[in-house]
Design a protein around this ligand. Sequence first.
Ligand SMILES: CC(C)=CCNc1ncnc2c1ncn2[C@@H]1O[C@H](COP(=O)(O)O)[C@@H](O)[C@H]1O
Length: 264
Amino acid sequence: MRQQRPERRHGASLVRGALVPDSTHDQRLLDRRGPAEWLHMDPWRVMRIQAEFVEGFGQLAELPPAVTVFGSARTPEDSPEYQMSVQLGRALAEAGYAVITGGGPGCMEGANRGAREAGGISVGLGIELPFEQRMNDYVDLGIEFRYFFVRKTMFVKYANGFITLPGGFGTLDELFEALTLVQTGKVTSFPVILLGSRYWGGLIDWIRGTLESTGKISPKDLDLVQVTDDVDEAVAAIAESDERRLARLREEREAVESNVAAGE
Ligand SMILES: CC(C)=CCNc1ncnc2c1ncn2[C@@H]1O[C@H](COP(=O)(O)O)[C@@H](O)[C@H]1O
């Protein structure tokens, strides 16, 4: 015999029995006297996450070719690393690239500053942090994100490559995310460049001496990252990768066009 159990449809979901709540979404929406915890529940968070993607995609879709620059939030303004970040921002802008950073202080500020001083497009993708933090003054287009993973999608999606200055955990996280995406073929034609051979040398030695030598990565994976001390060399590596990508796209288009012509 069919059991009669209470049931309720929640959009695409169906709940029955004890899972049926004693109020509806509408009631909870309209009942302003009720508690506000539902605002912080996961289904609602999804809407916020969606909104962040929509805002990010909308603001960045028309950006010209861009490069994302990572690096420490703690680099002092009077340090050589800060100077290098300014020089890098400037060189990227002069080569026609918009510069995207995390919008914070230190190396991020330096790269935004260089881009702005050279008349380029200076973008900051900020992140909500548990302590007071504001977008640096050299950002012309700034977007604030609540979620790291949404922001990281923007860093990759709108950049033609990453250049990484000396940094800490945040920088390493961004660096290894990029390398994983390239290694697994999720992004193609995406140079990852480390600026500062003294700073990064130990990490590269460890990757070679431990990861590669024990077979955790393949020897060719080491080619995914380039190390240099020369800002112009870093920018040139991005430009060369772009040229190769454009040439490949041209070839693919020509092949499609000649197939279409042959079929006619
Ligand atoms: C002084 C201080 C800690 C400020 C934090 N303010 C921040 N504002 C924006 N992005 C950040 C900040 N801290 C870390 N990040 C992200 O993580 C990277 C730097 O982290 P770290 O300093 O290397 O580990 C940046 O590329 C940036 O994307």
